[in-house]
Design a protein around this ligand. Sequence first.
Ligand SMILES: Nc1ncnc2c1ncn2[C@@H]1O[C@H](COP(=O)(O)OP(=O)(O)O)[C@@H](O)[C@H]1O
Ligand SMILES: O=C(OP(=O)(O)O)[C@H](O)COP(=O)(O)O
Length: 399
Amino acid sequence: MSIRTLDDLLAEGVSGRRVLVRADLNVPLDKQTGEITDDGRIRAVLPTLGALVEAGAKVVVCSHLGRPKGTPDPQFSLRPVAGRLGELLGARVHFAADTVGESARSTVDALADGEVALLENLRFNAGETSKDDAERGAFADQLAAFGDAFVDDAFGAVHRKHASVYDVPARLPHVAGRLVLREVEVLSKLTGDPARPYVVVLGGSKVSDKLAVIEALLPKVDRLLIGGGMCFTFLKAQGYEVGSSLLEEEMVETCRNLQERSEDKIMLPVDVVVADAFAPDAPHDTVRVDGIPSKRVGLDIGPETVAGFAAALKGARTIFWNGPMGVFEMAPFAHGTRGVAEAIAKSDAFTVVGGGDSAAAVRVLGLDESSFGHISTGGGASLEYLEGKTLPGIAALEK
Ligand SMILES: Nc1ncnc2c1ncn2[C@@H]1O[C@H](COP(=O)(O)OP(=O)(O)O)[C@@H](O)[C@H]1O
Ligand SMILES: O=C(OP(=O)(O)O)[C@H](O)COP(=O)(O)O
């Protein structure tokens, strides 16, 4: 990578300069209480933020949280993240109640050297994710006005061609932060010639995002194990009924084609846990995949599937895992994720876990983080990196 780094910026001196930092503070929140259930992504950006604070910069942090639709939505406010970031940094974090409006302007203007501001959710603005270059550019102009230099440390979002990721670096002197550099350094070990067998485990809920990646990854891997919300579109393509489970109807044909061309590399669940509702106390049972009742929803892979996946993982020498195997946030549906995570942790392979929720699952389920080779903050980002694609956020830093 011919990219300037945070150390280059620090060497120039940042004292008294405003440094705009794009972070990925998209942390999981408890649906009932709104509390942060895992702060791993906040911790991951501390080395960069700490270094800038230490060097006396005026640090302006921006991030997205969840997928609001381009307009303010209180359930996706970054305010709780500001509090947690302040605790972890050991300094007050000034929170701006908007992203580029009056509150943001006055918060940034009032920053003293070595102080930190966090702007409200970038995705409260339609310009952030717009496909229209001019609309994205106009929003990027407003954001860039808050910095004399830009640091991208949002590894989890480098695969997004969004204003704060792709267009801001074109407007400011820019460098990669410590997290982005570390992630790229570790993941690059999987793009060259990974030790074989190379097994990829995919799950989670961002089905259509990840189907595109499967196509590109299939020729590179020896085995692809599919669980989580992901598996039902594949099961449907195999002719099974999936009840009210997560399903991307328009991708069924794509899944059928993928499976036909996969040379038996794709391994699907043979049993799943189905519930009466998407709720922790819903009555539930384990059924074979050919017996999913029409009114029930699949929320986890079953024990026989876990055993099959564990057997496939046993001899692997490289493993990449993204996406929980079930709705692990609810205890009755966490067994599949735990079982697969334990099998990965036990293996002798070089193991990488990627994704906000997958990394959170490792910690929330109390697994030993040190039994994994690398825990990446990016799921979609690391998958697309493994595809060998040039990611928009990295390409923008290279320019
Ligand atoms: N069978 C399922 N049905 C619905 N959601 C699921 C299912 N299995 C897993 N999930 C959900 O997927 C979410 C994580 O998906 P995703 O964002 O793709 O993973 P990551 O953040 O690790 O990249 C979790 O919140 C989990 O509850
Ligand atoms: O959570 C994220 O990605 P991940 O679930 O693939 O790890 C990133 O914050 C990117 O979020 P997005 O997929 O809504 O663009």
